[in-house]
Structure formats: C-alpha cells, structure tokens
Ligand binder design. Structure first.
Ligand SMILES: Cc1ncc(COP(=O)(O)O)c(C=O)c1O
Length: 489
C-alpha cells in the first residue's frame, strides 16, 4: 500500500483526464494498449456510474471517489490517493479492511468447498456463527433466545422483527421515534423518521412517532434529565390514555444511539423507564442494534450500558464481518411463528457466517468494545477541543466510536437559549475538505448537518489523532471559505 499521504492540497479530487471506454475504443484493435486494461481515474468511474446507475445513488455525490483497495482503517482510490475511512462500509467493517482473520476464514470456507447458500439448513459454519453470537450476548438474554436468520440486509431483519411482534401480539401499530432510521424497505421505512425518504411512497398508518431525547435539541426545550423524564412520561400517558388515538402497539422500536439520525444517544434512565413501562404492559421492546451492535458504542451491545433486557434485538452490519448477514434474536415466548412463516433465499450465506464468526470472536477476544470506548473518548476530547475554537460547531456527541459533530449557523453563548439553526451547507463543505485531506466522513442528522465518525474499531490512538488533525484543518478551511464568500457577497 502506498505510504500515507500528507494532509495537504495534493489530495484535491479534481476530475483529471478521464480515460473513458470511449477513449480506449479509438485505439487500433490488437495494439499493445488494447491488451492491457488501461488505468482509469476516479472521474472516469464516476462518469460511467453517472450514466448507468440509478439517480437514487447517494454516497458518490458527496464522496466522489472510486475505491480500489483497503487495509486496516485506510482505503486507496483508483488514482492512488489514500484516505482514513471513518465510514467503514456504514459501520459494517468493525475490523477494518482486509483483516487477516476475516480473509483467512473466507479462504478456508472456499478451500473447504462450503456450499455458498444453504437456505436455513444447518451447517458447521452456521453453527459456529450461532455459538459465537450466543457467547457474545448477555447471559440472561441468551438463555431464552431464539434466532431467526433473515435476508441479508438490516432492513430485512427489521421487517422480520415487525412480523414477529405482530404475529405474537395480534396487534398492528408500532411506536417509533423522531430521528430514527430502520432501513429503506416498506415496513422499515414506515418506522423511519426521515420524511424526504418516504414522502413519495406514503407514510405508514401503523407507526406512531414519539419524541426521542436530546440534550442539544430537546423536543421539549428542556434537555438533560428533565427533558428525558418528560419524554418518558409522555409515552406512558399515551399508552394509558383511552383517548390518545393510539391503540395498544405490537412493539416499541428504538436505536440506543440513533446513527443516521445524527448520533443521538438515549439516556440510560430514559431507556430503563421505557423498558419498565413496556414490560408492565406486555409490549415487546425491539432494539435495533444494526449500527450499534458488536462493540461500536463501547459495549458489545449498546443496550447493555443501561442494563435493559430487550425482547427483540435486530443485528446486521458488523456481525457479518463485512459480508451481508442479518438476524433477529428474540425471547422464545415470542416464537409463535408457524413453520415457514418467515423465509428468504439468502438466509444461509456461508461466507458471511465464516466472516461473521471470525469478526465476533476477534471483537470479544481483543475486547474491541473497550478499545472503542477508549478511542472514542480520545476522539471526543480532540473534537471538543476543535469545537472550542471553531464557531461553526454547535455540538459534539456520541458513544464509543459513533460520534457526531453538529454544524450550526453560529455558536449560541446565551445560557438556556435554544441552539442555533443547523448549518447543512457548512457540514457539506467540511465533508468535502475532509476528503481533500484524505479523510472519509459521512453526514447525517436533521438537514444533514452532522458530520459522523464511524471508523473501524481497530483504529489506533495515532490514527485517532490523525483523524482529529485532518478534521480540524478541514473545518478551518471550510470556515475561511465561507467567510470569504460572505465578504464577497
Ligand atoms: C439502525 C439501523 N437500522 C437498520 C438499518 C438498515 O440496514 P440496511 O441498510 O442493511 O438495510 C440501518 C442502516 O444504516 C441502521 O443504521
């Protein structure tokens, strides 16, 4: 791999002389150049993608690069530029890129001629995966657990979880939260807060959205414990009020740390209150750990911090070791499904079981949950220092290696006043400046104003410092560009 590049403007992503297929077809057939695949630039790949792929594509619009290889926390694009990857496959690459234990597990499965797809038939690889997963879950949850393997995505598992609780309770509605993200399939989208993503396909009549606690942008204007207490009381009132307009739900579903929603951690007391009120009323609590699962928040599973025991846990992303895999783990009392009640062709991906078992084993054996906690604290402290000197940063928040920095129009110094409006344009400029400096970050949150850090859990202290330094430089550049633009306007 190419040596790490300096964080300077040489990383500028200008669309250089793109060698398109059309250009190559000008060459004489049979010539030497014709035999060798010509090196193509990121710009060339992006231009071709632009012509052929759906208009729904999203990441390449803000991260205009074509990736070629990756190792550890770093990826290299087809132009040979290296980046620290704080996106890590939207959190699916807990061990980073090309991890030797994942590669070895995959090689072995292939050499052993493991059948690649086996529906829901048992296999040694599947059993090993289950053993690793069960050994990683808290004992009291694992003791009564049943597992449903689902089609490969997180959204597939959310759909399965919905079917499960509706079947078990005979109820239809589901309580979910503002700012939530559960996936892009119909049922999952119905539980997702982002209106832009679902306006065109209709809003779900079965979902009832509730306020999610937030210190910085508290829906009740209170923040802290007071805001969380009012939020919990509001849910309880809604559940008990015969005139609330909301029928007894089949479940409450939530993320312990909302990821796509802008890195919003739920306070432990609020979670315990929600768990207590749902338990008392026989309402299953579904915890969506698709993004938080397997060490990311500093705990193997994010729900462990508050000490709550869910009825249903939805897992995907990291548990497949980078390959597509999703499961619903739930209390056996909910297992009232008839044979074949849930099915799907791609529930028996043996390579994903092999990679997933290796990832889970490695995270547990090396206590990457604790490492994520320590590295997360280091990054948060560094980002707090950046925020103290940069007026465009309103808030830094997160848990473990799931961290968000919210950009605002101006820092609000008046104590007790509402936070300033979000500044999505600044967040986009910062993301672009980060990319120029060899740092991949993602956006999220309301209006896309939160820059999100989701590095692989194996990130080192030096790499954390490098991330923070590049980010600081990027914010300074974005702010000075904005200042120049406003002077000129
Ligand atoms: C919390 C959460 N749930 C569900 C999903 C959907 O997973 P997928 O994109 O694999 O369908 C995501 C994806 O980002 C997620 O973050």
């Amino acid at each position: 791999m190419e040596a790490s590049r300096r964080a300077d403007s040489s990383l500028e992503i200008s669309p250089s002389a793109a060698e398109t297929g059309a250009a190559r077809s000008d060459q004489a057939p049979g010539s030497e150049q014709d035999k060798k695949p010509a090196a193509r630039s990121s710009a060339s790949y992006l231009e071709r993608q632009n012509r052929i792929e759906s208009n729904a594509r999203s990441y390449p619009r803000r991260l205009p690069i074509a990736l070629k290889s990756g190792r550890g926390v770093r990826v290299v694009d087809v132009d040979g530029r290296e980046y620290i990857d704080c996106l890590s496959g939207a959190g699916s690459l807990a061990l980073g890129h090309s991890h030797p234990e994942i590669s070895e597990a995959l090689h072995k499965a292939l050499l052993d001629e493991a059948p690649l797809q086996t529906l829901d038939l048992p296999t040694p690889l599947k059993e090993r995966f289950i053993d690793e997963l069960i050994a990683t879950l808290p004992d009291e949850f694992a003791a009564d657990a049943r597992i449903q393997f689902c089609g490969p995505s997180g959204a597939d598992a959310i759909e399965a979880a919905l079917k499960l609780v509706k079947t078990a309770t005979g109820r239809r509605g589901v309580l979910c939260f503002h700012g939530s993200y559960h996936g892009m399939t119909s049922g999952a989208l119905g539980l997702t807060g982002a209106i832009a993503a679902k306006a065109a396909v209709g809003l779900s009549a079965e979902s009832q959205f509730l306020p999610f606690p937030s210190d910085y942008r508290c829906p009740f204007g209170l923040g802290g414990t007071a805001g969380a207490t009012v939020g919990a009381a509001y849910i309880e009132t809604l559940l008990d009020d015969p005139n609330s307009g909301v029928c007894a739900p089949a479940a409450v579903i939530l993320e312990i740390v909302q990821g796509e929603g802008g890195i919003n951690p739920a306070p432990d007391d609020w979670l315990r209150a929600v768990r207590a009120m749902t338990s008392r009323r026989g309402i299953p609590l579904i915890i969506d750990e698709v993004q938080t699962g397997l060490g990311r928040t500093g705990r193997l599973f994010a729900f462990e911090r508050a000490g709550v025991r869910p009825d249903v846990v939805v897992l995907s992303k990291a548990i497949g070791g980078g390959l597509p895999l999703s499961v619903v783990v739930y209390h056996r009392d909910l297992d009232v499904w008839k044979p074949g009640a849930h099915a799907g062709t791609f529930r028996g991906n043996q390579l994903a079981f092999a990679a997933g078992a290796a990832a889970i084993r490695h995270v547990r054996a090396h206590r990457l949950d604790l490492h994520a906690e320590a590295m997360g604290q280091r990054l948060m402290a560094a980002l707090d220092r950046v925020a103290a000197t940069k007026s465009s940063i309103g808030n830094v928040r997160g848990r473990g290696l799931m961290i968000g920095v919210e950009f605002v129009e101006s820092q609000n110094s008046a104590p007790g006043s509402r936070p300033p409006p979000a500044h999505p344009a600044m967040a986009r400029h910062v993301q672009a400046e980060c990319l120029r400096r060899g740092l991949i970050v993602e956006l999220g949150g309301r209006f896309g104003a939160v820059v999100r850090f989701l590095p692989p859990l194996i990130v080192s202290a030096n790499e954390i410092d490098e991330i923070a330094a590049r980010f600081e430089d990027a914010v300074a550049a974005a702010q000075s560009r904005a200042a120049t633009a406003s002077r000129l306007s």
